[in-house]
Design a protein around this ligand. Sequence first.
Ligand code: GDP
Length: 602
Amino acid sequence: MSQQLQSRRLRQPIVVVLGHVDHGKTTLLDKIRGTAVVKKEPGEMTQEVGASFVPTSVIEKIAEPLKKTFPIKLEIPGLLFIDTPGHELFSNLRRRGGSVADIAILVVDIVEGFQKQTYESLEILRSRKVPFLVAANKIDRIPGWKPIDTYSLLESIKSQRKDVQTQLDNYVYRLVGQLAELGFNADRFDRIRDFTKTVAIVPVSAKTGEGIAELLALLAGLTQNYMKTKLRFAEGPAKGVILEVKELQGLGYTIDVIIYDGILKKNDTIIIGGLNGPIVTKVRSILVPKPLQDIKVVKTDLTQIDEVYAAAGVKIYAPELENALAGSPLFVAENEQQVEEYKKIIQEEIASVKYYNANIAGIVVKADSLGSLEAIVEGLKQKNIPIRLADIGPITKKDITEAELTLQEAKEYGIIAAFRVKPLQGIEIPNSIKLIYSEIIYQLIDDIEKYITEVRESEKRRTLDSLILPGKFRLIPGYVFRRSDPVIVGVEVLGGIIRPKFPVMKKDGKRVGEILQIQDNKKSVDRATKGMEVAVSIKGNIMVGRQIDEGEILYTDVPKEDLEILLTKYKDIITDDMKEVIKEIINIKRVNDPTYALGLKV
Ligand code: GDP
């Protein structure tokens, strides 16, 4: 073993795949895994849980045609790919403000270009400070592209028609442009001088395999050249992160862990995060899939091993794992003092993600793992959505109480957002609270946003609907249809708005009655605005020719409170003509009430 250790000065970099749905993440991973299985020598592959190892020998074989272009001697033992692509698992690969992933492949459909989740992936990579390269996938879909039987893009390009090569470049430069807009310098990988300053774009086809050689060579070359310190292998006790917690039939609860540093041994004491605080337990078994001869064999048959070296993906069986938290760190402690130290670190880390503030009228967020909760909270913060409570685990009575308290203050935030968690048995969510559930982080955030907007809009409509708004109109001479009880006249709206039920006053402030109905071309309408000529019926103890005259100008009689709400909450609906009407109404009302609209800005 010591010999093996000496030759393993650097550990294998951990690689994740992110990108928009259907852009080919799964296909790409399958292609890489499949190729590795075909190219390996017996005994070269290690078996992993939740990840796939591609040894250096395989990378070198695949990249053979590139020897002249990329003369790198690989010192890393290979690459460890996380099997499940996308945000959800990536968020559990957390490590103190960063990520356990050393590098990411951002998959973009070269024809479709950047899409919603491409942007979201970039955002999450940026916030976790993970370097990445872009796999511009599906080059075989470029019109005229003739797939060549090679893993090398540069080899394939040589046999493509000139116009197809130009088309490929056009697509690549569109991606360069989209990345530039986000502040990233990018270029096709073979035109890059300084990889520390420029994001590499590798055109690939996950379907035909073209470009896989360059992709693997770059992943290996970049990590090895620029991350030596991070990849240096420590021979000490293991450090890792819990990817998933799973119940195995006949065995009980297990955790799938990515070990990113050190050595994990059977019987090691581990400290991990739990639903109710740190868990200290002893590793009963380290499980990996049985070596497989064929990629098609499903990785379900497990076998025990005594120890494992970083980087690796393994399943751990130990007592007391039922409350283990995905996304939590895992540490091996060698003595009591370390146990206490790590307990404290884990406690602090959990506390840094959870959140509660009884003074905030905000939403309640519940998630199944530390990583997903962290990603959701980050996403909500970016959208300025206030949070009252953010926690891990099923929905409880307390969550409902908190959401109800929020509801009293801000209706739009009366939400319980649930990510892959359900209410505890027997808990019913009241109708007044909106339960938003999703298994996709960004879907959840989108749905929350949508709901908040909807409630706001409807609240606004409701209150606006009940407000008496400023309006000014003139009785058109010669258009008196009925002189009294009720008065029916033709009017021209001079400014603002008039609606049924609005009280009406004269220029001297005297109330004349209330609008009953408005008709436009014999059809009943619920409003009339500046410039419109409509028929209006007014209920009141008045008669045209006595209290009011043809040609007279009337105003809506806007109560003080309504004007105040309008000027503070709905400023955006005030048109220029309404503004003038408001000023005139204020002058009329001030005669009898000097405090009318006092201190308000028009
Ligand atoms: P994911 O959602 O990002 O994991 O995307 P998938 O890997 O499931 O791929 C989505 C679809 O695109 C599937 O029908 C794939 O067969 C197809 N696809 C993926 N890669 C390629 C490619 O390189 N070329 C072509 N023509 N189709 C591809």
